[in-house]
Write a protein that binds this ligand. Structure first.
Ligand code: MN
Ligand code: MN
Length: 283
């Protein structure tokens, strides 16, 4: 991303309004405009906690939503991969707004093409490693199985996991996934991350008390502060990511959309700060 032209925003937000690959409920296709609305809500300001003013001109750009409705699942994935790749090719980092978690497979493919030693930091209640669910190997229960089979990333580090069954434990072992289960607590120092990092956040990593607007309520999860602390403190350079699984049809008073916007603000700030650090180091 260091090749971006002078004056061009270094970061783009891209909406991926798709939930055809959800297994239980639908609704995440409605999320991108509501996350944007919460991001700009007059009830808050545009500063990240780390001091970056995301309201400043030229720091980032809203790339809008990709047109995914009415497409087959496969065509939608192709449009996502091509859409993310096109933004990366013009020298911008991309943070995608889901949509359900199935969007991560094509989004990661596009990033991995630019970063051969990519590490994925994946925050989720679920490992999303099913070999196949409901006869759809591209459902939101399987994106990280497809990613690991492809060999396109160096490491998959999962945090917040609390739904492992026998099949998924076997998949963790088979793919060498670094799975940090929620029952053992959350310590960002245990993650030993370095190099380029793609951050994928499924909002159901949060306890439903903090984020009721998700399709799969899984109690015993993280606080909002746990997630912010990870974003602000993990090692390595954040080069892009996605924020998925907000289901507005389950939200209460828009609180989960505000949580999503808060998390997004810190993701954006970390991405911009890491990009500036790499630049000033002559990287
Ligand atoms: Mn997920
Ligand atoms: Mn999940």
């Amino acid at each position: 991303m260091n090749s971006s032209k002078d004056g061009m925003a270094r970061l783009a937000l891209l909406g991926l309004p798709q939930d055809d690959n959800s297994t239980f409920l639908h609704g995440p296709r409605l999320a991108p405009p509501l996350i944007r609305k919460a991001l700009f809500s007059p009830s808050a300001n545009m500063f990240a906690e780390t001091g970056i003013d995301l309201g400043a001109d030229g720091l980032w750009q809203d790339a809008g939503d990709l047109p995914l409705s009415g497409l087959t699942r496969q065509d939608a994935h192709d449009v996502i991969q091509d859409g993310v790749a096109a933004i990366l090719a013009r020298g911008q980092a991309v943070i995608s707004l889901g949509g359900d978690h199935s969007v991560s497979w094509p989004a990661v493919r596009a990033h991995a093409a630019q970063h051969p030693a990519l590490t994925i930091l994946h925050l989720d209640a679920h490992p999303d490693l099913y070999d196949n669910m409901e006869d759809n190997p591209f459902s939101h229960a399987s994106p990280f199985a497809r990613i690991m089979e492809s060999g396109c990333v160096a490491r998959l580090v999962q945090v917040g996991i609390r739904t492992l069954n026998d099949h998924q434990r076997a998949q963790v072992a088979h793919f060498g996934v670094e799975c940090h289960e929620m029952r053992h607590g959350v310590d960002v120092a245990d993650l030993t991350l370095d190099g380029p990092i793609y951050l994928s956040i499924d909002l159901d990593v949060l306890d439903p008390a903090f984020a009721p607007g998700v399709s799969h309520h899984e109690p015993g999860g993280m606080s909002v502060r746990d997630v912010l602390h990870i974003i602000q403190n993990f090692g390595g350079q954040l080069i892009g990511g996605d924020l998925v699984e907000l289901n507005p049809e389950r939200d209460l008073n828009g609180v989960t959309a505000m949580v999503a916007a808060k998390i997004l603000r810190e993701m954006m700030a970390r991405c911009l700060a890491d990009d500036a650090t790499v630049d000033s180091a002559g990287g």
